[in-house]
Design a protein around this ligand. Structure first.
Ligand SMILES: [Zn+2]
Length: 337
């Protein structure tokens, strides 16, 4: 299926249709003081092989998450188009201005791309990128994979994220793709998922999709990057692009959800945070997770941060000094069966 690229203001100079392997840059035209008559380049690559499905591979939606961009660039370099069935589109740094600035949000308009869908063709740059993905690219795709991590502010235990859709139609395909990724956890996105995210866009466009969370702390963890490499190839095999790859090296994943908004913990005040658990730990309800020391009152005993439920510490904050309201931890509960 060809894409209606003219529907976007973002120009795509790359041939996405004919067989071969090629790379280039989308031209995001946004006239500001820094770049009044130029464009902001956004890297795009395509591998078009024999007949088969089309999969969109995305990373760099947040600009301080580097595992995904490296994994996608490496995968593109390694794949031989003669051995690929169908078409692979790579956007390894979708929010390229943010990636270049090591910033979660866009330095051009301050917006969070994963809160910008469905986007706007005529909007500011982040909205234009979201519109291109949801309204131009996704309708021509059979699957989407979007790689994230905790960024500078947090660290996630590696997991695949699969949306449980309201009508249930996409849920089995999303779960099967998440299982193929082979991470130790699958985070099922339910009613607490934000409808401005890439996952929500794929659900609206009726395209099977997983996201992944791959560590964080604003840097790359070698063993998690290795997991991402294997996971991507297994997903491409599952989708029919590559020959099969065994799941033998994978543990059976924990399937979890955020059952309550209160399972996302935030700092009750400013202070120095002493964590007692890390992402990936299992905790019991009421367990002491961290101590918060008041910098302006050293004689005051620390405030205890306790687990709101029994479950998996899906993510933990990466800041030693926290402000009131900063993210501390995400505790996910296991789904039965
Ligand atoms: Zn992210």
């Amino acid at each position: 299926m060809s894409f209606e690229l003219a529907r976007s203001r973002i120009r795509c100079p790359l041939d996405l249709e004919s067989p071969g392997k090629r790379s280039g840059n989308l031209a995001l035209k946004y006239s500001d003081n820094a770049n009044p008559l130029g464009v902001y380049p956004v890297p795009i690559m395509a591998i078009v092989g024999g007949p088969g499905p089309t999969t969109l591979l995305v990373a760099g939606v947040h600009g301080d998450e580097f595992e995904g961009p490296v994994a996608l660039i490496e995968l593109f370099q390694q794949l031989d188009p003669a051995r690929v069935r169908g078409r692979l589109l790579f956007l390894p740094a979708l929010n390229a201005p943010a990636v270049r600035a090591s910033s979660r949000v866009s330095p051009l308009d301050g917006a969070n791309l994963n809160r910008a869908f469905p986007g706007d063709r005529d909007g500011p740059p982040t909205a234009m990128l979201a519109h291109l993905v949801e309204s131009v690219l996704m309708p021509g795709c059979d699957a989407v994979i979007d790689l994230h991590a905790g960024g500078k502010a947090s660290f996630f235990t590696p997991c695949a994220l699969a949306a449980r859709t309201a009508d249930g139609a996409l849920s089995p395909a999303n779960m099967a793709l998440a299982e193929a990724f082979g991470a130790p956890a699958i985070w099922v996105l339910g009613r607490h998922n934000d409808d401005r995210s890439v996952n929500a866009a794929a659900t609206r466009q009726n395209v099977p999709m997983i996201a992944a969370e791959l560590g964080g702390n604003g840097a790359i963890t070698p063993d998690i990057l290795a997991l991402a490499r294997r996971g991507l190839r297994r997903c491409l095999a599952h989708l029919g692009h590559l020959d099969g790859m065994p799941l033998a090296d994978c543990v059976s994943p924990r399937v979890v959800e955020i059952a309550d908004a209160g399972h996302s913990l935030h700092a009750p005040g400013q202070g120095l945070l002493e964590p007692l658990v890390v992402a990936g730990d299992m905790v019991r309800e009421g367990q002491l997770l961290a101590r918060l020391y008041a910098l302006d009152d050293p004689a005051r005993p620390p405030v205890g941060i306790h687990a709101p439920t029994t479950g998996l510490v899906l993510a933990a904050g990466a800041r030693g000094h926290v402000e009131h309201g900063d993210f501390l931890a995400l505790v996910a509960t296991e789904l039965a069966g």
